[in-house]
Design a binder for this molecule. Structure first.
Ligand code: MG
Ligand code: ZN
Length: 166
């Protein structure tokens, strides 16, 4: 069985500016690339799990998200790092785009994005973890049955070395 790290995106890998979708607005959190690379080298699958209700709210499209995520992986490749798969939930009960505006089991803190990854990649939950910056991320990890770490500070690499790889 395999192990994985699930990164929340906004506020963990990049600065959370709210409803980010433009590449020019993407700014890496200090230490994020090194952190992803370290998990790559330690044979973790690396995933992003991110709520993207901006789609249901009509702020941007799924295509915008895919372009941004492809760009992120292109940047990571330059450093010998990668994200294995991006999972996102475009849904939101109170959105305005009808086909996205409903309850979704994927929307954190619901655990379906993690559960789906666990099945698809044969993950050992005991060896897998999530890093998020909100309580809802930590609740999501708990709901999925994996360990959750709430990122604090301003350097993700310091954080993982002090808390996870200590
Ligand atoms: Mg976040
Ligand atoms: Zn969804």
């Amino acid at each position: 069985m395999n192990k994985a790290v699930f990164f929340d995106r906004d506020g963990v890998l990049n600065r959370d500016i709210g409803y980010l979708y433009r590449i020019e607005d993407f700014h890496w959190i200090k230490g994020a690339i090194e952190s992803i690379k370290k998990f790559n080298e330690r044979n973790y699958y690396t995933f992003v799990v991110t709520n993207q209700s901006g789609v249901a709210r009509g702020y941007y499209t799924e295509q915008d998200i895919k372009i941004l995520h492809n760009w992120i992986n292109t940047q990571l490749t330059k450093y010998g790092a990668h994200i294995d798969e991006f999972f996102y939930c475009p849904h939101y009960e109170y959105g305005i785009i009808k086909r996205y505006s409903h309850f979704c089991e994927c929307r954190k803190p619901n655990p379906k994005m993690i559960d789906d990854a666990c099945k698809k990649y044969y993950l050992n939950k005991k060896m897998s973890l999530l890093i998020g910056d909100r309580d809802s991320d930590i609740i999501c990890a708990k709901n999925a049955g994996i360990k959750g770490y709430k990122f604090v500070g301003n350097d993700l690499f310091d954080f993982i070395n002090n808390i996870i790889f200590k």
